[in-house]
Design a protein around this ligand. Sequence first.
Ligand code: HSE
Length: 379
Amino acid sequence: MKVAILGYGTVGVGVYEMLEKCAGLEPGPVLVRAGKEDKPFKVSSMEAIAADPSVGAVAEVMGGIEPANSYVTMALKAGKHVVTSNKALVAAHGIELAELARENGVSFLFSAACGGGVPFLHNLAIAAQSDNILSLGGILNGTTNFMLDAMQSDAKDYGDVLREAQALGYAEADPTADVSGLDALRKIMLACAVAYDKLPVDGFSREGIESITAADVADFQLKGLTCRLITSGGPAGETVYAYVEPVLFPANAPECSVVKNFNMAKYNGENAGAIVLMGQGAGRYPTASAVVRDLCGLGSLEMFRPDCVKVSADNSACVHPYYVRVDVDKAPRFSFKECRGDEECVRGIIEPIAVPAMHALADSVRKEGGSIFFAAMEA
Ligand code: HSE
């Protein structure tokens, strides 16, 4: 089957190269911006791709919501299968696109949108049909894992490690989505929809790694702790919980061995128990491999099922102690169990507090121009 590719950036090039070597599949036209058609296989008309009867499937790897949404809609209406790596698109319009795919008798798959090369959503979609998924999440952003690992292992600066992650093709076009936790949040939204038929669209708590400093990292290291950006999701009554925040792990925790751009995706099945999947979560070939894996499995799997609905997340029952570093004058609003400070800031562990309450406290500090870093303490 011939596969048209929408976008020829980091992932698009990888998909093209893999399709050239993949039995049963071959690369078709590649959609690029008008004026960029410098090779015979590059075209700038999506209408021509949709009308091409030799194209059986479309791989959308251009990113962003528009024009990706219009192009995917056009492809599905034309009866082409669609595989995408675009988490922003799936988080915003996935339910409607999956419905359109069903109406047109084709597949809409998006393994590459969550976990890079790690087959997380694929396995979750299968597991959710036969088991009760009690919780899910883990390390789902390769850029921030690469950055935290390099800051801790090589004592590098935040700015330097971000530039390295961009150069290696791990980061989003706008890396703010990575470091702010938005990319990881979109991934946990998709995982909740696949596992629970509930796509959380608001009510989240999200904290990235933008506030971490070299002094914070040095302090964790003295205590033998390692920081990772963790996504968490699971059932919460009629809805789901879904949040992203830094977490500090003791040296023997498996998360500490997740280095570079690797991800560690987890789910806990009532019958299967804890399942852990590890691999490269970002980069050209890992992400392209997930796109091509979906193309090889067309017709055998549904990721958004017909009864998937949009919900508000509820994180109020999720409670942790937190490590907090905050300006001296803002410290009294936190219930420190133990702390120490200097003339500028106070550091220590606070009493357990619900996730939304912790995030609201941090917001209140920042709204007043203050500085804070916080990370949940892994029990
Ligand atoms: N920017 C993403 C990451 C790419 O770093 O994980 C893969 O989704």
